[in-house]
Design a protein around this ligand. Structure first.
Ligand code: B16
Ligand code: MG
Length: 218
């Protein structure tokens, strides 16, 4: 029943989620407070400025101007981009390339649906852009996950109905957005954090064809 598969980028195709966390933690440190991995979970999949707001709230900082916030967000992004420079094709998460190959051999079209404005740079660094038919990212969307916009735009470009799309997501905000888009969702990660997903797996290596057939009908 599925015609198209839509993938989140950070935390699904490549483990840049850990780089985001390192950069936000560094910013929190400079602002004088600690920031735990648990707190960081809320930032996953959320846009850069909304992530900053969540971070500042965690640190009890409420009195910044829009300009100061822009400045903090761009400092975080510079640190994050320094970490992105270390990416190589070996950083594509285990099982991802072969999974994409299996989808293509079954005639299933593929897209990236990411909130990140750095998506083009990441895709180039790990050399995986050719494996996707379509890329939609934070440069071409106005509303961040959990809004369904990024997923609906990907489906439109793939000429697939939302009900014929399956989404792979590692963040609660992304799972929520995909559900709102009317798509089936596979959560990659912690079952409890991704409770709204239709199925949760720990990695693509777990997504053997037999497993997919019995669980989601691919
Ligand atoms: P940037 P995804 C999201 O990417 C990240 O999960 C989230 O942590 C980040 O804040 C957001 O992109 C914006 O990223 O600052 O690079 O524009 O998971 O939707 O691929
Ligand atoms: Mg993600």
């Amino acid at each position: 029943p599925f015609e198209a598969a839509i993938f989140d980028l950070d935390g699904v195709i490549v483990d840049t989620a850990k780089f985001h966390y390192r950069a936000w933690k560094r910013l929190a440190g400079e602002l004088g407070f600690a920031f735990s991995e648990r707190e960081n979970e809320q930032l996953k999949g959320v846009s850069r400025m909304e992530s900053l707001d969540l971070l500042l709230r965690a640190g009890g900082i409420t009195d910044l101007t829009a300009e100061q916030k822009e400045d903090l967000a761009s400092r975080k992004n510079e640190w994050y981009k320094e970490l992105l420079e270390t990416l190589t094709p070996d950083d594509v998460l285990p099982g991802v390339r072969s999974f994409l190959g299996r989808l293509h051999s079954r005639g299933i079209r593929t897209a990236i649906a990411s909130a990140s404005k750095n998506a083009p740079l990441i895709l180039e660094k790990v050399n995986i852009r050719p494996l996707f038919d379509v890329v939609v990212d934070g440069n071409s969307t106005a509303r961040a996950k959990p809004d369904p916009e990024v997923f609906l735009q990907a489906a439109r470009l793939l000429t697939a109905e939302p009900a014929a799309c399956i989404v792979f997501e590692d963040a609660a905000a992304g799972v929520e957005g995909a559900v709102r888009a009317g798509m089936r969702v596979v959560g990659i990660g912690d079952r409890e954090l991704l409770a709204r997903a239709h199925l949760t797996v720990t990695s693509f290596e777990q997504l053997e064809p037999v497993y997919l057939l019995s669980h989601i009908g691919i």
